[in-house]
Design a protein around this ligand. Structure first.
Ligand SMILES: C[S@@+](CC[C@H](N)C(=O)[O-])C[C@H]1O[C@@H](n2cnc3c(N)ncnc32)[C@H](O)[C@@H]1O
Length: 257
């Protein structure tokens, strides 16, 4: 897997990063966010039980998630979408497990989609996603709901599951993946983005074969990126190293293919 340059973020990205800093560093010191980022990262790396509910149990971890992982997920998704041309003609991005809304917003901006809907069961995430859409100048809404109640989608919809499937228990992940394949067959564009380690996603190979059989593609990515200053400082201070961003994706163009 070769390293390729990540796609430059859109002009509104820098203003969003500044607004994120003002929002999340107003009541917390940088060192507090760094400490929280270390704890949050170990939740991710060790795949502790409890998912994001547990990961977001303090103001510091919420700030770290918004300020650090939000921009990383934005840059990763933006670069993938630009590299494969996903989202052409989409009238709406449906961002499942939207978190702070960063990944879905990246797809909406990269594909010039006129609207975005975020769905997440975590109330803090929903509020944060609404703020993200506004800060990035997107026409968007976010609502609190469980993914099992995903409304039907179709042609004109682009459905995103970013850094979500590996968070779900096996049965829930299988059910959601089946549903996403059905939506793709009905004409929706479907994009799944996941971390690259097979330990985190042992189910990946089968999912990739099924996506290929449905007319989709599977890719692995390694992007060289120039992180915003504050994100780079957090990365270093927390003992992480994200000068390159890696991810894997499954994409089905639906009726757009
Ligand atoms: C790791 S975060 C990823 C957030 C976002 N997609 C991103 O790329 O930054 C996973 C999100 O999925 C949400 N989630 C997990 N299970 C869910 C479910 N059954 N219904 C709705 N949201 C769920 C969590 O609350 C969390 O915000």
């Amino acid at each position: 897997m070769a390293t390729v340059p990540g796609h430059s973020a859109p002009p509104v990205f820098d203003a969003w990063i500044q607004a994120l800093e003002a929002r999340h560093l107003a009541d917390l010191r940088f060192s507090e966010v760094t400490r929280a980022l270390r704890a949050l990262s170990s939740v991710y790396v060790e795949r502790r039980q409890g998912g994001l509910n547990k990961a977001l149990d303090s103001a510091g971890k919420r700030a770290a998630f918004a300020l650090f992982y939000g921009p990383l997920h934005f840059i990763t998704t933006y670069s993938i979408v630009r590299a494969i041309g996903a989202g052409a003609g989409a009238r709406r991005i449906m961002d499942l497990g939207c978190g702070t809304g960063a990944a879905g917003a990246a797809w909406a901006l990269a594909a010039d989609a006129p609207a975005i809907t975020g769905i997440d069961r975590h109330p803090w995430a929903v509020a944060e996603a609404r703020w993200t859409y506004e800060a990035l100048g997107l026409r968007g809404s976010a609502r609190r709901d469980d993914l099992t109640r995903l409304p039907p989608t179709g042609q004109g919809d682009a459905v995103l599951a970013a850094f979500l499937l590996n968070e779900l228990a096996d049965a829930a992940r299988v059910a959601l993946f089946r549903r996403l394949l059905d939506e793709a067959r009905r004409g929706a564009q479907v994009l799944i983005v996941e971390p690259i380690s097979l330990r985190v996603s042992p189910w990946w190979r089968d999912a990739a074969s099924e996506m290929a059989a449905a007319g989709g593609r599977a890719d692995e990515w390694r992007f060289a990126v120039d992180l915003p200053d504050r994100v780079r400082l957090l990365d270093k201070a927390a003992g992480l190293d994200h000068r390159e961003l890696t991810a894997r994706s499954l994409y089905c163009p639906g009726a757009a293919g």
